[in-house]
Design a protein around this ligand. Structure first.
Ligand code: 13P
Length: 339
């Protein structure tokens, strides 16, 4: 079959599968390794990611694609096999984070705009040759008193659209990720309002830049209460509000929505996704593109020790399986207890 943007996008949201976000930048992976008291060396980062990609049952059955970081897409496993080939051998698609991070937005205290457009065309061509068939760009929208501003939302939406257009020119499916953060004490309704405004701006800009929606995947936050909000929305409320928000602003031509976990607990991230799929009645696939909610458990089990690799792989398989079931609306909390 000829590979097209549409066929890749469809494969990324194949039934019961989702994406492993393993694209932590050097700074972020150091934070994760600090928490398990592992030194963040190039070799340790390789060993850790190799153990994930060699978890065959998880990769084959539940992981449609893996988002890599620049260092990882160039690394080789201990036996010399490129890590990209491990992913492909498991029937999963390699992807790449291409943004250069969220930087303070001049004139707008407390807000950021994501950089990385300069030279992106050339970088995408190289990543394609290295095996990447999709990419990721994350914009960050914070909620606090007086923010986000329209200027911040629009600047980030414009950058996302220019990134997406460049990806499609390079035959790479763009994952468009506008993340409204769950930090702060705002209510779920405020999250709804800001997410709605953000997604509206993003889809306006994607249209302006002639981005092919059938070959685009959206990676958003769910509609949740701020972490410090005294009143936390429950699972059903999160599911209902998220679906209602997206029905207003996400075109039906988008093949799939893959959520970020954003600091939700492992089980919340699974329960929320499951509840949405159990309700159903929307035109897109809804699945996961989790970083922390797939990796916190294996990182803890591994703790940098070779003898813990099987336990870490078991922990990764478990989360991948639970989220795979949630992508079908077939997860039940008793499956967690039985593990
Ligand atoms: P989390 O699921 O840990 O939020 O990470 C997903 C991601 O890729 C953020 O850009």
């Amino acid at each position: 079959m000829t590979e097209t943007l549409e066929s890749i996008a469809q494969a990324m949201v194949a039934p019961g599968k989702g994406i492993l976000a393993a694209d932590e930048s050097s700074g972020t992976i150091k934070k994760r390794f600090d928490a398990i008291k592992v030194e963040s060396t190039e070799e340790n980062r390789r060993d850790y990611r190799e153990l994930l990609f060699r978890t065959e049952e998880a990769m084959k059955n539940h992981i449609s694609g893996v988002i890599l970081y620049d260092e990882t897409i160039r690394q080789k496993a201990k036996d010399g096999t490129p890590l990209v080939d491990l992913i492909k051998k498991a029937g999963s698609i390699p992807g790449i984070k291409v943004d250069a991070g969220a930087k303070p937005m001049p004139g707008f205290p407390g807000e950021t705009v994501t950089e990385g457009l300069d030279g992106l065309r050339e970088r995408l061509a190289e990543y394609y040759d290295l095996g990447a068939r999709f990419a990721k760009w994350r914009a960050v929208i914070d909620i606090a008193s007086g923010i986000p501003t329209t200027a911040c939302i629009e600047a980030n939406a414009e950058a996302l659209a220019r990134y997406a257009a460049l990806c499609q020119e390079a035959k790479i499916v763009p994952i468009v990720e506008p993340e409204v953060l769950m930090d702060g004490d705002h209510t779920a309704d405020r999250c709804f309002e800001v997410t709605e405004a953000t997604l509206r701006a993003v889809f306006n800009r994607l249209a302006l830049h002639n981005v092919n929606l059938e070959g685009t995947i959206l990676k958003p936050n769910m509609i949740v209460s701020g972490k410090k909000c005294p009143k936390q929305a429950g699972v059903e409320e999160v599911a209902e509000k998220t679906i209602a928000c997206f029905k207003r602003v996400v075109p039906a031509a988008i093949p799939g929505i893959v959520f970020l976990s954003g600091g939700q607990s492992d089980e919340d991230a699974t329960a929320h996704l499951n509840a949405m799929n159990a309700i159903g009645g929307f035109p897109w696939k809804m699945s996961f593109s989790y970083g922390r909610a797939l990796q916190a458990a294996p990182q803890k089990a591994w703790a940098g020790k070779p003898e813990n690799v099987p336990a870490a792989q078991q922990a990764f398989l478990h989360r991948a399986k639970m989220n795979g079931l949630a992508a079908l609306g077939d997860w039940e909390s008793k499956l967690e207890k039985a593990a």
